[in-house]
Ligand binder design. Structure first.
Ligand code: ADP
Ligand code: MG
Length: 321
């Protein structure tokens, strides 16, 4: 099977959202009037982002899902994606499963695969995703305001626990094993939540590197300090060592939950969204004006019930730290 058969068989599909899909030098798309394009790219490298031998179906899903998560975090509606991949070999079984996972995610979130690039090399998967957001309405990291509540969706930390289980660093209770590994291998991007937050939230980010690290980006870019209340954090999984579970929640990456800030006047509306979408939303702290000491304390403070600062050893994942 040659390169072009491979593309035709596994990747080229109908592209109802594009004027021209795979097969030419470029794809052609037309944004809706009044919309801005939100564009992002994320690469998954074997050995860095996934373990060698990872299930190809899950990998196909995740390659797309992590990109759609970035669109969700901007409040953008996903529309078009491109896939650049390098493969050690044209393994039919592997490719069919990978493509099934990828197209399954594309179908679920209504995006078209409009092009890409396919080469031979170490296993490396790179998606570029394009979404639309009404002009001026994207949820940017620099939009948080002093006094905003800080919120987080779902149950962050499970993916890090799943990874620890797979790497043999931890033995999870049977009841949590499947769920945590599923969260790691096939995360669901919070696309509907991102769209629902657009009129309510001031700023948003998806948690890919760890809550403390990612919320730190929002605080810094907004010129504020985030104050997290330990006793308002999401419930930790039962039967898992508390310190380990808390570290996974605060500094574990790969969950792709949304962390966002919103004025307290939106609490009721956010409660309705949580109920409508059946996604837990936790109000975990407040954005405050950065104190003079903020430089030393860092952009995120974790506070115990007596307002004492808790030092946390690790903020999150950094490829070059
Ligand atoms: P070019 O040489 O002009 O860059 P290519 O030979 O790389 O074109 O690709 C041929 C066509 O197939 C292009 O339209 C490209 O977008 C598409 N394509 C290549 N790889 C993929 C892929 N993995 N998924 C979807 N479309 C792809
Ligand atoms: Mg090319």
């Amino acid at each position: 099977m040659g390169e072009f058969d491979l593309i035709a068989r596994h990747f080229a599909r109908a592209t109802p959202q594009a004027l021209l899909g795979p097969g030419d030098d470029c794809a052609l798309v037309r944004p809706e009037p009044g919309m801005e394009l939100a564009i992002t790219t994320d690469m998954l490298v074997e050995g860095t982002h996934f373990l060698p031998g990872a299930d190809p179906r899950d990998l196909g899903w995740k390659t797309l899902a992590v990109n759609l998560s970035d669109l969700a975090a901007m409040g953008a509606r996903p529309r078009w994606v491109l896939l650049a991949l390098s493969l050690p070999a044209a393994d039919e079984t592997w490719l069919a499963a990978f493509a099934e996972g990828l197209h399954g995610c594309a179908r679920e979130f209504g995006v078209d695969l409009i092009g890409g690039d396919t080469t031979r090399g170490p296993l490396n998967l790179c998606v570029t995703a394009i979404g639309e957001v009404p002009a001026g309405r994207a949820l940017r990291r620099d939009g948080a305001q002093a006094g905003d509540d800080i919120w987080i969706s779902g149950q962050p930390g499970l993916a890090a626990l799943g990874l620890a289980q797979l790497q043999g660093r931890l033995q999870l209770p049977a009841a949590w094993q499947t769920l945590c590994i599923k969260r790691l291998q096939a995360p669901r991007p919070r696309v509907q939540l991102g769209l629902a937050l657009r009129p309510l939230a001031h700023a948003a980010i998806d948690i890919s590197d760890g809550l403390l690290a990612d919320l730190g980006h929002v605080a810094r870019r907004s010129g504020l300090q985030a104050r997290l209340a330990l006793n308002q954090l999401p419930r930790l999984p039962e039967g898992v060592d508390r310190a380990t579970a808390l570290d996974a929640l605060l500094a574990g990456g790969d969950d792709y939950e949304l962390c966002f800030t919103a004025p307290s006047s939106q609490r009721l509306a956010l409660g309705c969204i949580a109920a409508d979408l059946d996604i837990p939303l936790w109000r975990i702290g407040k954005m405050e004006a950065a104190e003079a000491s903020a430089e030393a304390a860092g952009p995120v403070l974790l506070l115990d019930p007596d307002d004492q600062v808790i030092e946390w050893a690790r903020l999150g994942y950094d490829h070059f730290a």
